[in-house]
Design a protein around this ligand. Structure first.
Ligand SMILES: C[S@@+](CC[C@H](N)C(=O)[O-])C[C@H]1O[C@@H](n2cnc3c(N)ncnc32)[C@H](O)[C@@H]1O
Length: 217
């Protein structure tokens, strides 16, 4: 898996340094996630500790109006070099979700947007996020989910036809997969479909962007 992941990360690094990408991806975050972030921010204390896992250069945690923020991403050095003036202030760590360098029960809120299906081991990453969340802390998980037949085809391609696979995403999840994965770690309080490609001929065949608001017991 490590080797597969390294290939995905190479692709990812290439994606983010394309001209104009950061601006358009920030628009994605604003349109789909800022309404949820605004809602959650009303429940947080001003000095809440917030961790953005797999933050990319968009660093969606920046949209929380207050809080002590930490950003972690294995490509952080590349993002710092490519966008020295565009990453938000806060603690910026180069590291993996599977081994978050923080003590147990540290954060009030963790967000992880469009990153879980890029990781080496999503289950281990969720376990780590739960570990560093305070009791009753919130995880805002954002993820692209595929219709069942598409996810099945993607998995077959991933396993047996690697030359055809989509390099950046080692994993393909459905809504049902994500529900059962999250329920093993958190109590899922809300599921919000934040984007669907309505203007396509067959919207049901496209991946959809979902937000899950989860709480640590
Ligand atoms: C598609 S980008 C999303 C970035 C940002 N969250 C967003 O929505 O714009 C996926 C990010 O996940 C990061 N990533 C990949 N594997 C990871 C891992 N094991 N732990 C933490 N982040 C990881 C990548 O480096 C990349 O920055």
């Amino acid at each position: 898996m490590e080797l597969r992941w390294q290939g995905a990360q190479k692709k990812e690094a290439g994606f983010w340094i394309r001209p104009g990408v950061l601006d358009s991806e920030l628009e994605r975050i604003k349109a789909r996630y800022v309404p949820v972030i605004n809602e959650l921010s009303r429940t947080l204390k001003k000095d809440a500790k917030i961790l953005d896992v797999g933050c990319g250069p968009t660093c969606a945690g920046r949209f929380f109006p207050s809080g002590n923020k930490t950003y972690i991403d294995p490509l952080m050095d590349i993002y710092l070099e490519a966008f020295p003036e565009r990453l938000p202030p806060g603690e910026r760590l180069k590291g993996l979700a599977e081994a978050i360098p923080k003590e147990d029960n540290t954060f009030d809120l963790i967000l992880c947007i469009n990153a879980l299906d890029h990781m080496i081991d999503p289950e281990k990453a969720l376990l780590e996020m739960r570990r560093v969340l305070k009791p009753r802390g919130i995880l805002l998980l954002g993820i692209f989910l595929h219709p069942r037949p598409i996810a099945m085809v993607r998995r077959i391609v991933e396993r047996y036809l690697p030359f055809l696979r989509e390099e950046a995403h080692p994993y393909s999840f459905t809504l049902r997969d994500m529900r059962s994965l999250l329920e093993g770690f958190f109590s899922v309080e809300r599921e919000i479909r934040v984007f669907r490609k309505e203007n396509s001929l067959f919207p049901r065949l496209h991946r959809e962007d979902w937000a899950f608001i989860c709480r640590k017991a």
